[in-house]
Structures are given as structure tokens and as C-alpha cells.
Design a protein around this ligand. Structure first.
Ligand SMILES: Cc1ncc(COP(=O)(O)O)c(C=O)c1O
Length: 436
């Protein structure tokens, strides 16, 4: 094993042996290389005459560039086209951390790591799988989930996905199924990973505050039994909460210092929250309960994470990070964020209003939703894929079919004024198929 990895492992092991035990073999072997990067950093400080270390090209003291490239960018070349660090821009990391604290007041006084920048959340999930999950480890996810988890965990990492039912028959979070799965999976094993994604894709559900507390309590109970719990929150749609009864903080806030056997990992990003999907800026942050010094411990985890970034994409786009940082620092940021939130909330409200019409009762069941970009219908009479194709062919309307019965509607992409018409077309489509 590389001595740098051993050094980081020692720090982690001394601070919290459970966290060390939870890391994958690759996670244990990860380190942040010194070599070129640290020599480059040293030269940046001391090489006052010529700095011939860095792997970019310069001209007249700035990164070399084509005018045809830079003409599209309203930032200096050294803020946009040169490399960013594998950890991410330091100021962006600090700013995002402050935002995590301000959006999650119950995190105050709890120490969390500095976020490490990833190529958005998909890459954050991949890096997390790399660093924390070995082949045949189990990860618990809801039965209504983002399809890409399968590709990342099962196909790329050989991790076993175990699903619990997201909803109970009465329509809320299915705590019983969640606990049952947790118990079943931990009978034989010491370690369990759980991935919780609220607001949920595809249903748009976020648990109520009391359901959230019960979820956290179930994980604490497992930890108290001496099991190691990797609690991952995929907060892709964080903040888009439309109902005062739902949680309005990430579960990460409660899990971050809940128990020394719980390692909480928060995956979030600007992609969905700040509507910059293609800029690919996301973050990984850590939180656990420690007796000793959090900073050295978190630094060790941050170094391993940046090592995983270095070994996959090297670093995230400097241009994208600078744009996101500039926006976060803008005096208009809060107002812009609120304006877009209001638009999304008005759409969700309109969907609810339209679907409260009893005429639809025999056509579909509406899964609970109170947040995010999406909502889901369970069709009562026709096949979801058949309906999807029919809607496309006859009406030019696109929705997503999931399994035999479910249809996901992204109201995030439909103007309020068009929402009644959209659902009327869905209804007509069902009737067409019923009458075939
Ligand atoms: C639940 C969930 N997590 C993660 C992602 C990926 O986000 P990103 O674009 O930041 O990689 C998506 C995108 O659809 C998602 O729905």
C-alpha cells in the first residue's frame, strides 16, 4: 500500500475505527498523490523566475488560449480554462459548506467536512461507490428510484442493490419495509449502506418531519446493535419542498453526528438545485460523530476523495466552478433562487389541483408528492409503456413509463397554463387505449 494511503488510514483509524472499517479496499488504498501536484504548488509559491512545472501552456503570463475560445467566456483565462484542483476551487468549497449550514439549521454546531467538488452528483455517487463499497456489499434503496443507481452500483461496482417499498398502503413512507430490509440485511453482515434520495426521483416525495425522525431513529438502532451504517443522501433536488409538513432539511443534518457507527455522506450539487444541469458541478460532504479532532480526520477523507476524483476525471471544469461560484456570490442570488422556486411550486400546486378532479379516480392513482421536479401516476387500466407510445404517436406528448403501471411526469418542464391540458391528454390517451 502507498505510504500516503497508510498515513491517511492511520488518521482515520485513530479518529474512528468504524469509519475505517466501512471503507472499501479501494477506499483504504486511496491517497492524494504528491508528485507533480505538490511540486507544482511549491513552485507556485517559490519559483519567482520561471515556473516550468505545471501541465498547461502559458503565454504572456496567462494560460495560452485561442481568442475564438475565450471570446465566448466572460472570465479571465486563469479563472476558466486552466485546471482547477482535484478538490475543487477552495472558495467554492467554503461557500457551498456555508450554504449547507444555512439551509440545514440543525447542522449548526456539528462539524462536517469541506465539500469536495465532483463532476456533479452522478460522479459523486460513483466516487462514493468506489471509496466505500466493495463487490457484494449491499446498498438499500427505495423501490421507486433513479434508474442510474443500477448502472453505477450493480453494473460498474458489483454492489448488491436491495429495495424496500417506498410507500405504505396508507400512502406515507413505508417505515416497516425500510426497517425490515435493514434488519434482514444486517443479520449476517456488519456493514449496511443506505441511499436516501429526497425529494425522490421519480415520485417527488419527501417524508414528513416525523417520518424523517423515524428513519434516522431506525438507523441509530442498527448502529447501536454494533453494525456499521453508511448513510448516503442523494440531495439532488434539495430545497424544492412545497409542503410545510415535509422535511425541509436533508437527513444528513440528523445523521451527521448521530452515532460513531454511522458515516453520513451528502451528495448534492448545483445541477438541479441551481438549474445548471450541463455545468456538472456537484459535491461530496462527510459527517460523523467523533471523540477527537474532526479537521484532521475530515482532511484525510477529503484527500482520499480528491484522490478518487484525480484518478477518474482529474478535476471538475474550472469554468463551470467559476460560473457557479460567481452566481452564489451574486447579490441577486437569493432573489433568483426564490423566483425559480416559486415557479416550480406553482406548477406542483397546479398539478395537485388538476388531479384532485374525481373524474380521474378510475384512471389512475396519484403517488404522494410534495417536492422536487416530478410526480408519478399508477395507471389502473392500461399498460404504462403502451400509453407512453400512444401519447407520443397521437398527441406528441412525452412522459416516462416505469414498469407495467407507472408514469412519471416532469412538471418541472411544463408551464402552469399547460398543466390542465397535459393531464387531459393523458386521460384521453388512457381512454383511447381502454376502448381499443
Ligand atoms: C436522484 C438523482 N440523483 C442524481 C442525479 C444526477 O444528477 P447530476 O446531473 O448532478 O449528475 C439525478 C438526475 O436525474 C437524479 O434524479
Amino acid at each position: 500500500m502507498n505510504p500516503l494511503a497508510e498515513e491517511l488510514n492511520k488518521i482515520i483509524q485513530n479518529a474512528n475505527p468504524n469509519v475505517y472499517a466501512m471503507m472499501s479496499q479501494k477506499g483504504k488504498e486511496l491517497y492524494f498523490p504528491k508528485g507533480i501536484l505538490s511540486q507544482g504548488a511549491e513552485a507556485k509559491e517559490k519559483a519567482f523566475k520561471y515556473d516550468a512545472t505545471i501541465g498547461i501552456a502559458t503565454e504572456n503570463g496567462v494560460p495560452m488560449h485561442f481568442p475564438s475560445i475565450i471570446s465566448y467566456i466572460n472570465l479571465r483565462p486563469d479563472e476558466s480554462i486552466s485546471y482547477a484542483s482535484s478538490f475543487g476551487l477552495p472558495e467554492l468549497r467554503k461557500t457551498w459548506q456555508q450554504l449547507i449550514y444555512s439551509k440545514n439549521p440543525s447542522l449548526s454546531k456539528k462539524e462536517i467536512s469541506l465539500p469536495v467538488v465532483t463532476n456533479a452528483i452522478t460522479h459523486g455517487i460513483s466516487v462514493t461507490a468506489e471509496m466505500w463499497l466493495d463487490q457484494d456489499d449491499a446498498i438499500l434503496i427505495p423501490d421507486k428510484n433513479w434508474g442510474n443507481y443500477n448502472l453505477i452500483f450493480t453494473v460498474l461496482h458489483g454492489v448488491r442493490i436491495k429495495q424496500f417499498s417506498l410507500f405504505s398502503d396508507s400512502g406515507g413512507f413505508n417505515l416497516q419495509s425500510f426497517k425490515q430490509c435493514l434488519n434482514d440485511e444486517t443479520v449476517q453482515r456488519k456493514k449496511i449502506a443506505v441511499l436516501l434520495n429526497f425529494p425522490n426521483n421519480p415520485t417527488g416525495y419527501t417524508p414528513t418531519k416525523s417520518e424523517g425522525e423515524a428513519i434516522v431513529q431506525s438507523l441509530i438502532e442498527i448502529a447501536e446493535r454494533g453494525k456499521n451504517v453508511l448513510a448516503i443522501t442523494d440531495d439532488a433536488y434539495f430545497g424544492l419542498f412545497y409542503d410545510p409538513d415535509s422535511m425541509n432539511e436533508s437527513l444528513f443534518s440528523s445523521l451527521a453526528s448521530a452515532h460513531p457507527n454511522i458515516m453520513a455522506i451528502k451528495l448534492d450539487g448545483a445541477t438541479k438545485e441551481n438549474y445548471v444541469w450541463g455545468l456538472r458541478v456537484g459535491f461530496i460532504s462527510y459527517g460523523t460523530s467523533l471523540g477527537g479532532n474532526h479537521r484532521t480526520f475530515y482532511e484525510a477523507l477529503e484527500k482520499k476523495t480528491a484522490g478518487a476524483v484525480r484518478g477518474t476525471i482529474s478535476n471538475s471544469s474550472h469554468l463551470s466552478q467559476s460560473i457557479v461560484l460567481g452566481s452564489l456570490n451574486s447579490k441577486n442570488y437569493n432573489q433568483e433562487k426564490e423566483e425559480k422556486f416559486d415557479i416550480m411550486k406553482a406548477r406542483a400546486k397546479k398539478v395537485k389541483e388538476v388531479l384532485s378532479n374525481t373524474k380521474y379516480d378510475n384512471t389512475w392513482y396519484l403517488y404522494p408528492f410534495n417536492s422536487g421536479y416530478f410526480m408519478c401516476l399508477r395507471l389502473k387500466t392500461v399498460n404504462a409503456e403502451k400509453l407512453r407510445l400512444h401519447l407520443l404517436e397521437k398527441y406528441g406528448v412525452g412522459v416516462i413509463s416505469i414498469g407495467e403501471t407507472d408514469v412519471r411526469v416532469a412538471f418541472s418542464c411544463v408551464e402552469v397554463k399547460d398543466i390542465p391540458d397535459l393531464f387531459e391528454i393523458l386521460y384521453k390517451g388512457v381512454k383511447d387505449l381502454e376502448n381499443l
